[in-house]
Design a protein around this ligand. Structure first.
Ligand SMILES: C[S@@+](CC[C@H](N)C(=O)[O-])C[C@H]1O[C@@H](n2cnc3c(N)ncnc32)[C@H](O)[C@@H]1O
Length: 478
């Protein structure tokens, strides 16, 4: 590529070191090493800290389909598609079988991810007669039976570069796929590389957990929101109980996920003429204009903070109470703000929200503005994420003297919210029974000393060569 071609390229065609590490699922140190070894090349002499996206995507595809075996070992950890089919998300073996068939075709023929998703969506739409039966799939020849589906697919097609479909896409179009589940969501996640999943926190929720959240909290007339709906799995399960599909609302920052969530709802209600209330937006920076208040706000928000400096500044301004800069805390604030008086919020969150000091601010907000309905310990529900989780259900009304339910393993506890308010850091020590709590209070009621300010703590260092680095004489030569 010469310089003039290079200057004509829009910025998004280039990737930074960090972005390359995310796309390839390796550390930035490994990216630097691969550059040194000549496995990947920076884009141009003028800007050798950038890489052409197409070059990196080509490398990624070669690693994935096994044609670049020398780089497989490093990248495989996260990039092997067969490894990242999130099976905990599906409970039907036919679903996993169909996903494996499609991901195998994807790898074998080096298919385009967006086109595979679109062809799969058409496969499903054909099953419920939202498009008419055709023998050979051609994007120029789709016969729609529903105007909303037509406009949705046509907008999607505008983003697909290649309208001519090689014959192997017909294999995807003809696979037998079970209806009545978020198949598109599972495929979307299976085709997302781990680095990208981690960046947006795209770890969708296992079905049995979503089932419980929905059945415990929903009423058939509810107006329901998932503020980061992904491909709409909470909304799909809610749709089993809700008669009017227009009562189901969802937002997400991932445009592909939003498309799939819309298709999912259209597939679920093939007889209804409705435009799904699913919107592509950044929920945290949205001004909330034209958004109603909801009876039920439920989701599994992203955990962790992957914000740019600009986003961070904006969020700090919009949510001054949240000091942790943690995505789920911002989503909790936003979620509570979307509730009607008496409305219910049900979120899947990391266990750390209950007791780490950094989340004192959001615990205080919960205690002062809402009534806790239930806290359930979920152990470690996500295969790839090494964190315990909880389900937190709140009601948007001020707290009373009543106790709520806390559930861990097979034990039930009945703590009172007033007890949590009286504790210094608003720690939610909810999995303690009344007798243990009384005992602890008794222990702390006698005079005691702690190690705080009374001990010096040191953290060990692994030197890799103790003989050289550890000395007995404080380093002072005799
Ligand atoms: C853990 S996934 C959960 C998806 C879905 N609620 C579920 O549980 O199946 C988190 C979702 O949050 C979305 N997300 C991340 N940041 C967002 C933002 N600022 N606004 C809207 N959605 C966001 C991601 O794209 C992803 O779909």
């Amino acid at each position: 590529m010469n310089l003039s071609e290079y200057l004509d390229c829009p910025n998004e065609d280039y990737l930074t070191y960090k972005e390359v590490s995310e796309v390839l699922g390796i550390s930035t140190a490994t990216v630097r090493n691969w550059v040194k070894l000549g496995h990947i090349q920076p884009a141009a002499i003028q800007q050798n800290n950038r890489f052409l996206r197409s070059h990196i995507e080509e490398i990624r595809n070669k690693i994935t389909n096994g044609s670049l075996t020398k780089l497989n070992q490093r990248a495989n950890k996260s990039n092997s598609i067969s490894k990242i089919i999130p099976t905990e998300y599906a409970d039907n073996p036919k679903v996993c079988e169909a996903i494996s068939t499609i991901t195998d075709l994807f790898k074998r023929y080096n298919l385009n991810r967006d086109t595979v998703l679109l062809v799969t969506a058409l496969n499903l739409l054909r099953q419920v007669d939202l498009i008419r039966e055709i023998q050979y799939l051609s994007f120029n020849d789709i016969n729609f039976t529903n105007e909303i589906v037509k406009s949705e697919i046509e907008t999607w097609l505008d983003n697909i570069k290649d309208r001519e479909l090689p014959h192997y896409y017909n294999e995807v179009f003809d696979i037998s796929i079970p209806l009545n589940c978020d198949f598109l969501g599972l495929l979307h996640q299976s085709l997302l590389y781990e680095g990208e999943r981690a960046k947006t926190g795209t770890y969708y929720t296992p079905k049995h957990i979503v089932d419980e959240v929905v059945t415990q909290n929903i009423k058939s007339s509810d107006l329901v929101l998932d503020p980061c709906c992904g491909t709409g799995q909470f909304l799909l399960l809610a749709s089993e109980k809700i008669n009017n599909p227009s009562n189901l609302w969802g937002f997400d920052i991932d445009e592909n996920a939003v498309r799939l969530a819309k298709i999912n709802l259209l597939l679920k209600f093939p007889q209804h003429k409705f435009n799904p209330n699913i919107y592509h937006k950044n929920t945290l920076s949205d001004d909330g204009k034209d958004i109603p208040q909801f009876d039920l706000v439920m989701t599994n928000p992203p955990w962790g903070s992957h914000f740019s400096k600009d986003e961070e500044l904006l969020l700090k301004k919009k949510y001054p109470n949240v000091k942790s800069n943690e995505a789920f805390a911002y989503f909790l604030e936003a979620g509570i703000g979307y509730l009607k008086e008496g409305g219910i919020l049900s979120f899947i969150l990391p266990e750390s929200i209950l007791n780490t000091k950094i989340h004192k601010d959001i615990r205080e907000k919960i205690l002062k503005q809402t009534t806790i309905k239930r806290i359930k310990h979920l152990k470690r529900p996500f295969d790839d994420v090494f964190t315990n989780a909880i389900q937190l259900d709140l009601v948007n009304k001020s707290a009373d003297e009543n106790s709520f339910i806390a559930e861990k393993d097979d034990s039930l506890f009945h703590p009172k919210q007033t007890r949590l308010v009286s504790n210094q850091d608003f720690i939610f020590d909810v999995f303690t029974n009344a007798r243990d709590y009384e005992l602890l209070n008794k222990v702390f009621s006698v005079k005691y000393n702690t190690l705080k300010n009374n001990a010096i703590w040191a953290l060990g260092v692994v030197t890799g060569d103790n003989k050289k680095h550890l000395q007995e004489n404080n380093g002072v030569k005799a």
